[in-house]
Write a protein that binds this ligand. Structure first.
Ligand SMILES: NC(=O)c1ccc[n+]([C@@H]2O[C@H](COP(=O)([O-])OP(=O)(O)OC[C@H]3O[C@@H](n4cnc5c(N)ncnc54)[C@H](OP(=O)(O)O)[C@@H]3O)[C@@H](O)[C@H]2O)c1
Length: 242
């Protein structure tokens, strides 16, 4: 899909990858809808992006997600693109995964994207056109200690994405999953970390991985929208790990 003139809803647009996607799609001529909880940040970003529309949205609240799509339709009359990007990490070894924390994460990282997909589908099906991109994680391709909870939810999101792509391809709708690698955003500081994981990190000392800029992931998300590829990796070598 060519994004020029299209209406694109981006969740988690107040920071990191979502903000980079909003800037890139706007630059390419899309009309962007900015969704997140930090309304002041969205409004400030919106001032820089002509024709954009900011909507305060908590992606753990079904009513907020329904409202996001309803207001988008009222404002623009349509929705062409959904980027399910809002999310948070949770590092805990299997024996210490806290179920309340896990269920909260499930709500944000999996149920929220599913509800958003369900809300945009009637409009995309009617116009026989749409592009949906779900932001998973490279951890979903690996078996990293301490990431069982988070990576299992991101695997489930990939599962929904790939099945949805099969179900919807005859409706002119592409559904893609993108696997970012470690990306330079607020993700790490927003990640919930268990006691053992924090202790382990202190023992391990400084770790200095090569980190991607959010613009790189935004380019890959644009590629997913433009090509409709069901699976996109931040780096091609990531696909060889499956
Ligand atoms: N950075 C990485 O290394 C990395 C790697 C793989 C995958 N990812 C995935 O990439 C996505 C974006 O993360 P990021 O790296 O850009 O991190 P980030 O800078 O922390 O951004 C997270 C975004 O999600 C939003 N968000 C969090 N809770 C929300 C809620 N309840 N309702 C609505 N929005 C919410 C935040 O906005 P508010 O706080 O304003 O609501 C923010 O805009 C996530 O799904 C993450 O799992 C990141």
């Amino acid at each position: 899909m060519n994004v020029k003139g299209k209406v694109a809803v981006i969740t988690g647009a107040s920071s990191g990858i979502g903000e980079a996607v909003a800037r890139l799609l706007s630059e390419k001529g899309a009309r962007v809808v900015l969704a997140a909880r930090s309304f002041d940040k969205l409004k400030a970003l919106g001032k820089e992006l002509p024709g954009s529309f900011a909507i305060k949205t908590d992606m753990t609240k079904e009513e907020d997600i329904k409202d996001l799509v309803k207001k988008t339709i009222e404002h623009f009359g349509t929705v062409d693109i959904l980027v399910n990007n809002a999310g948070r990490g949770y590092d805990a070894f299997i024996e210490e995964i806290d179920l309340t924390t896990f269920k909260n994460l499930l709500s944000l990282d999996l149920e929220g994207p599913l509800i958003a997909i369900q809300q945009v589908l009637p409009f995309m099906k009617k116009q026989k056109s749409g592009a949906i991109v779900n932001v998973s994680s490279g951890t979903a391709l690996m078996s990293l200690p301490g990431m069982g909870g988070y990576s299992s939810i991101k695997r489930a999101l990939a599962g929904i994405s790939m099945t949805a792509n099969e179900e919807l391809k005859n409706d002119g709708i592409s559904v893609s999953v993108i696997y970012p690698y470690i990306t330079d955003t607020n993700f790490e500081e927003n990640t919930i970390k268990s006691k053992k994981v924090r202790e382990q990190a202190q023992e391990d000392g400084d770790w200095d991985p090569k980190i991607d800029p959010p613009d790189l992931v935004a380019q890959k998300i644009l590629e997913a929208i433009e090509t409709g590829k069901p699976v996109v990796y931040a780096h091609d070598w990531m696909g060889k790990r499956i």
